[in-house]
Design a binder for this molecule. Sequence first.
Ligand code: PEP
Ligand code: MG
Length: 877
Amino acid sequence: MRKKLVYLFGNGKAAGSAGMRDILGGKGANLAEMCRIGLAVPPGFTITTAACVYYLRHGRMVPGLKREVAKGLKFIEKVMGRRFGDPENPLLVSVRSGARASMPGMMDTVLNIGLNDITVEGLARRTNNRRFALDAYRRLIQMFGDVVLKTGREEFEKIWRDVEQDFSRGEIAEGTLEEVVAKFKAIVRDRTQREFPQDPNEQLWLAIEAVFKSWENPRAKEYRRIYSIPDDWGTAVNVQAMVFGNRGATSATGVVFTRDPASGERQLYGEYLANAQGEDIVAGLRTPQPIARLKEDYPEVYQELAKALSRLERHYREMMDVEWTVEEGRLWILQCRSGKRTPRAAVKIATDMVRERLITKAEALSRIGPEILNTLLHKTIAPEAKYTVAARGIPASPGAAKGELVLFSHRAVELTEQGKKVILVRHQTSADDVKGMAKAEGILTAAGGTTSHAAVVARGMGKPAVVGCEAIQVDYERGVIRIAGQELKEGDVLTINGSTGEVIIGAVEMVEPELSGEAIALLEWADDFRKLRVRANADTPEDAQRARHFGAEGIGLCRTEHMFFAQDRVGVMQEMILALDAEGRKKALDKLLPMQREDFVAIFRVMAGLPVTIRTLDPPLHEFLPTDEEQMKLLAEKLGVTFERVLNTVKRLEEVNPMLGFRGCRLGIIHPEITAMQARAIFEAACQVKKEGLKVFPEVMIPLVSDARELAHERRLVEEVAAAVFKEVGVKVAYRVGTMIEVPRAALIADEVAEVADFFSFGTNDLTQLTFAFSRDDYGKFFPDYKRLGVMSEDPFETLDIKGVGGLLQMAVRLGRKVNPRLKIGICGEHGGDPRTIEFCHKLGIDYVSCSPYRLPIARLVAAQSALGKKVERSSD
Ligand code: PEP
Ligand code: MG
């Protein structure tokens, strides 16, 4: 059977419905739906997207369309009691585009089709308003000329500009509008070598064809590319009886939202213009009135409109954006769609609608995209701000920041102490920069990717960061950076947007973050639905506090090396590394023990009742030593050793591939005194906190294991220390020993590893690095080009590579659980805060995801959405 090409709506009935967006487009589907629920919609019909696709493919109208459109016109004529082309009582129609996905303003529309030299006189007599009729005719010629005949708009606008003021004041001289019409027709004649078409049917078909073609205009194509809308969808075309808001004092037109789209408050929000058409609001010549004025000026219309809007909202169970017109006191609804809103309003509306019993909690959760929560937690660039982007890098930690440029960590500290706000700009950051990073508003680096030091630390701190911004050059010697052909020095102001990767010279206006009571309620509902638990990556008591505030159910990764990088510790650490023998090392470690123990005591107190996973030392030792001679000399002096000894140690520790080198559990195996000190600090702290009456659940995690024997070796040592401490202190604490799965081999032999592990935690940063053989710190050198060339579209350090790395996770879960069905499994790489990865983890059936405290709200939401079966959008959408 041939497919239906035209769907009628009007008079309280419709062939289509809201669920038919694919073939009727959003506008057509909603027009049909509004008719069905009895709203006053001008009658019309929708030509399907399939008819458009046929036209674009074959360059001609699909067979059967003419007949169906003719039938559609008859229907409109019957409902309106007017005839298309009737010299006395002409029907006028609009022809509007309307695709499946909203593409505001991208495609074409023609209004007032059906007017010509004869019908315009009929309209003038019928409405008893010649001024209105001639204005309608000149609008048609102008729009038709521009959209259909491609005359451009400028000449029409030039002529109209001279008349406009007088016209809107109602002071236009006799004969002026006739002159305008004549001039407009002359423009068409001059530009196209033909007369403006007088046959209403010809007008209609040319307009339909033009709207079909407008799917392919460059503007629409670009929009589709940006929003990933498929090119083969095509647009539907809505042909609808015209109603007029410009027929005098009892006519008006307006746009209204059923709730405030900025705050989410439950009150009508919008504006209207008396005696005007929709495009007059857009043109901005007259200032529209707020909708509240309608209540005063036209109370009956207001009541009727409010009733229709409330009906629409209850029917769609959604905040709606509605276009309406009043023609001589009669209200018509012209269009409705779900209203665009700010993130704050989105959360408020969703939670309010649950309380109003319009939607369920599950529906409310499914309406909030992860990025909405993300913007709520960080400062963002004000939506109305205007700025020029000077360079773009990788968006590594969301939120926007502005401040004075500084190139050195110590300058960041000094300047912030003077009350200044700074952006730390480095080629790349290292442990030395952490102090400055902590003080800076945001971080910008020229090198590195989403798991570079700068990115990981910034996310942990909840600070905006843009990394791998190759377009900037950092010249430390001269204390300047080069960006977009300019040289900037310390003190020059920069703005960065860590959500988009944009770098802007100068200050841009921002808006403050907040988690409203509604957002908190929404997250609590999420907790009721989700199966995945959420933990935080936290290295300090302050991080832990923040983690609890955002709902962490434990710490999934405490990177102990971050404690050693602290200013007062790094010296003792260096002393340990420079020690000549185990004895010397032990002496330094004895100094570190109480410091480390105090850290753990504080963290255990904050996390009372919840598990805390502490990882033993992971980075290669050279990271703790200086790289330049000046610093080495200073260190030698400080420790009372020779410069040569420092230099030799640095040289000895140098590696060609440090990421594949002497790090992770290899360190603890070769230097057992390090693991022993850390284990002692953990268990002494745990016993102390337990004695205080608090519950502690320490979990000791061994990094970079590639063979079960490595883990067994470390486990034995940890158990020995635990037993010794418990005996000394006279208190026992239940604990677990487990491992990171971050080396592909560990995933491949996970059954063997599970024999000696109480838990697995996927270190997906290293696992991605080692699976792809992409250096975490250097892949920024080629990856942007990979994207540009279409070799790869997604950054595997940002969202988990489900096919490859995800396959390893799947295998490790299967093998591990085969050996130990109660094996606890989590993920603690940076992917733990990425929506699509969280969805994958839910499907994988692991126990928890661990992410930076600031990502916790998103993790809670997405875990709930995954449990509810909602497809999770990409995090950067
Ligand atoms: C990882 O490799 O995923 C991980 C969490 O450890 P790190 O980032 O400290 O190497
Ligand atoms: Mg790792």
